[in-house]
Design a protein around this ligand. Structure first.
Ligand code: TXA
Ligand code: MG
Length: 533
């Protein structure tokens, strides 16, 4: 199909769009939130085409768009008077109201539910098209399902060119994130999706409202979504996204500690410190952040980045909506770099006695975080597994579980393979490590110790106040390894030679612990305790 491109200011654009819609076609239209992919909401066959063009799951219902308040009545069983109160205050605008539907709403629109979602957009062109069509318009965001929502006509073209009848270019969407969705079909009313209208604004009209648990948390296996659109991954670029909380200073240090090239998605004026960056809005300005977040997420892929670290948006106002969308694009991966206790990075040569030092620190009330355990846990995460499959082949899954041996064999066959494995797993290991540090802080630990054999090859150093290397003479280590692991001297030597030389550990660390057995280890541990006081 050849997609027709029209500018909303061309004098026949509105009439042409209306005609296509009346004839059962699909037209992408601008709205103040995001672009919508519209069809006649009263025509089930036309609506079906929306699902096909977007690749949208059948169980996700659509919003019906109207151009005047009187149009609500035929769409619902009975108009809830609170809908008029909300409409009076916030329509036209970024608010969608859900009520029990009437018989005119086809099942394709409501996806089998007994309710219908209704919105009156404020974008002039959208309202003109609805009114010229003479029918309400069902319109989800005009992106391919799962991708970031479109805020420019060019975004729609990227995803849907050749799949829909027309795209009307009405400029950039002003708000930039989709409407707030509230249902009046529950008691109290429930906020299903945050957007341009804030919870406080809803409460000003409705009194108490509930907030759907799906807004800020991942649904548990088998849990039913009140709003089907809030399921697991969504709004996502191809790149892996991680949200970073904390000051810009901490963000900068963390990003500069990454071992491969990543994309910094930060605020105006911050990008200059990074090799690859995209700025989205201004710090502390929720509206500017909402306006450009989806464009930024699309840019990440256009730049060819595999990983993106996004500065956390403002936490209230429309920022709540930005955070909600980012959480989904990041598959809920958030790293909070504001840590209130000292963090020590602990590393060392095999057989040098890193574990002994760790347990002595544990006796002092320090929480020990073992990254070997976290590395195993990271590859249990479904998102990590699917990225590993994409990189190393679906057949690293055997009998429904990840074959870790096969994965290691493939990944470590080449240098690039090892780097690719690390790029996929490290963000998850880091997230798990930081979560444990926060937990330790809450539990009253004096400090946290990150025990990592490859500390200096990871980004974990970015939040260590001090780094410690444990070293010992070669012959002593040899003896310890052969005794501890009951292996031959040759095997032990092989293992030792696979590691960097002692100088590597000595040069990079703030504190060196010489653990040859005859030294006064307690006194040396004292150096660490003093350093983090
Ligand atoms: O700003 C917006 O709302 C944009 C523009 C185009 O108006 N539209 C939009 O539509 O974001 P869509 O389909 O991408 O998102 C609609 C959301 C989904 O999360 C869907 O599950 C939810 O609204 N929804 C629609 N009808 C519902 C219903 N009857 N009950 C519960 N949730 C509903
Ligand atoms: Mg959508």
């Amino acid at each position: 199909m050849k997609t027709l491109y029209l500018n909303s200011k061309e004098n026949n654009a509105i009439q042409t769009a209306a005609e296509i819609l009346r004839n059962g076609g699909l037209v992408a239209i601008p709205t103040e939130t995001v672009y919508g992919l519209a069809a006649n909401a009263l025509d089930g066959e036309a609506v079906k085409k929306i699902f096909i063009a977007k690749g949208r799951p059948q169980d996700n219902p659509l919003i019906v768009h109207i151009s005047s308040i009187e149009e609500i009545e035929p769409l619902v069983e009975k108009v809830d008077p609170r809908a008029y109160d909300l409409a009076e205050k916030y329509w036209p605008g970024p608010l969608t109201i859900i009520m029990k539907k009437s018989a005119v709403i086809p099942d394709e629109v409501s996806a089998g539910l007994d309710t219908v979602a209704i919105r009156m957009p404020s974008h002039e062109c959208a309202r003109q098209i609805i009114s010229a069509s003479g029918v309400p318009l069902a319109a989800p965001s005009a992106n391919a399902s799962g991708r970031p929502s479109p805020t420019k006509a060019s975004h729609v073209a990227e995803d849907l060119d050749g799949k829909i009848d027309a795209i009307i270019d009405g400029g950039e969407s002003e708000v930039g994130v989709e409407s707030t969705v509230v249902t009046l079909a529950t008691t109290p009313p429930t906020l299903l999706r945050p957007g341009g209208i804030t919870p406080a604004q809803l409460e000003a009209v409705l009194g108490e409202i509930a907030i759907s648990p799906a807004v800020f948390a991942k649904l548990k296996e088998g849990e039913k979504a009140e709003s089907p659109g809030m399921k697991y991954k969504h709004y996502a670029p191809k790149a892996q996204v991680t949200i970073i909380k904390g000051s810009f200073e901490k963000y900068k240090k963390f990003l500069l500690a990454q071992k491969d090239t990543v994309c910094a998605v930060c605020f105006e004026g911050e990008g200059k410190y990074f090799e690859k960056y995209i700025e989205y809005g201004r710090e502390n300005d929720d509206e500017s952040q909402a306006h450009s977040i989806f464009d930024a997420l699309r840019e990440v892929d256009a730049m060819g980045c595999k990983r993106a670290f996004v500065r956390c948006p403002v936490s209230d106002g429309v920022g709540l909506a930005v955070y909600n969308r980012l959480l989904r694009s990041a598959a809920f991966r958030v790293i909070d770099l504001e840590i209130g206790i000292p963090v020590i990075g602990l590393t060392g040569q095999t057989g040098a006695g890193k574990t002994t030092v760790a347990s002595m620190l544990a006796d002092e009330g320090y929480a020990i975080i073992d990254t070997d355990i976290l590395a195993r846990k990271a590859v249990e995460n479904p998102e990590v597994i699917s990225m590993l499959c994409a990189e190393f082949g679906e057949d690293i899954i055997k009998d429904g579980a990840l074959d870790r041996r096969e994965l290691a064999r493939r990944a470590f066959a080449t240098k690039e393979g090892g780097a690719a494995l690390n790029a996929i797993t490290h963000p998850e290991i880091t997230r798990l490590a930081v979560d444990l540090i926060h937990k330790a802080e809450k539990d009253g630990a004096k400090a946290a110790v990150i025990d990592a054999a490859l500390l200096f090859d990871s980004c974990l150093t970015a939040f260590c106040n001090k780094t410690v290397s444990v070293v010992a003479d070669e012959e002593i280590r040899l003896k310890r390894i052969t005794e501890r692991d009951s292996i031959s001297e040759a095997d032990a030597r092989l293992r030792m030679s696979a590691q960097p030389p002692a100088e590597y550990y000595i040069e990079k660390a703030d504190i060196i612990i010489n653990n040859n057995g005859d030294d006064n280890l307690n006194e040396q541990i004292g150096k660490i305790l003093l350093a983090v006081k």
